[in-house]
Design a protein around this ligand. Sequence first.
Ligand code: BGC
Length: 429
Amino acid sequence: MAGFLYGASTASYQIEGAVHEDGRGPSIWDTFAHTPGRVRNGDTGDVACDHYHRWAEDVALLAGLGVGAYRFSIAWPRVVPAGSGAVNDKGLGFYDRLVDGLLERGIEPVPTLFHWDLPQALEDEGGWLDRETAYRFAEYAGHVAGRLGDRVHRFITLNEPVVHMAQGYAWGTHAPGRTLGLGALPVAHHQLLGHGLAVQALKAAGAREVWLTNNCTPVWSADEDRAAAAVYDGFHNRLFNDPVLLGSYPEFLLPGLEPHLRDGDLDIIRTPIDALGVNYYNPTLVGTASDGGDLPFEIRPVEGYPTTAFGWPVVPDGLTELLTGLQETYGDALPPIYITENGCSAEEGVADTFRVDYLQAHLGAVRAAAEAGVDVRGYFVWSLLDNFEWAEGYAQRFGLVHVDFDTQERTPRDSYRWFRDQCAKTSSS
Ligand code: BGC
């Protein structure tokens, strides 16, 4: 696929470490990981891949891979340690050096501004339950663009607002660990409002492109009718795609959202984006709830497919289904798509045939979607390095590059060499 952009992705809290360095403020993930019982084995991101000190080595690994772009995230608490107010020049300085290092190697930096590490000070005021956080996010986006915008041309606002809402505020399995169930809905609206305000701030600062990265899943129905599946689709996919692309929320969610909606919010949220980032891991099988709880659906296991080390089903065709489905649903309102994450956890060794097969099949699925007419322009592997896998700590390994967390030694896996060959084929075609 000529002109297709290959990349690799990471996120700040998952790789950087150096949590007390150069004026970084605490984030909700520092608090969560240091709360006993929250993360497997008591792991934390205090050191992670020590990327804050080893970034040059990691940029060299990216260069060896031959990717055209690197998607990383910027830690809000490094840039604005208290979430609002004073800007930390040293924090911005780190990303400044990283961006220059990437550009020297011919790799385009594609930073995400929020990959879940909210400054703790903002959480203390209510986090994303509080509308004010949206405005603080846009201010922070403006600071980043002011410093990096002369060299960074594409920014991503949020990573997977659905996962942050669900796991962080509804179920409590991620930071900030709140268990509000449906009471988490305002978190969706405030993140989306923050997204729209940030698009405007970034564009005002001269950004050429702004993307939003959503986690999307094809929803399979376990029932004859799709009633329960449609509700799940509404929560997981449409709640985050409809307002951005169409300027409206799914109707059945309005009663929960309306108390938080103000005039003009939806216009801000649908400020045009230049691409939709899609993170795909697996389809979701949904049936009618059997427990009579708040929600009419329940998630069932997808059976009959191989599974990753995490136990997630491997369904490459699901990615084609997802992309063609987005095209059908949104038509002309759908901007170009980049797969901003796709990958798998697999066992630790460097001979990772499982991952090579996984990536090959998923790239094939992207190709099939392109042939079916979807404007999909790039594919970023999750992840460059083994890293801090949230509630799983270091127990799940997603890297093209193996990391020995005792010595910080990096060892490229077979999948690294395989992906390098893919990138080389495209740049020579
Ligand atoms: C997240 C990553 C995470 C990956 C694998 C995505 O939901 O954006 O941060 O590591 O999935 O779980």
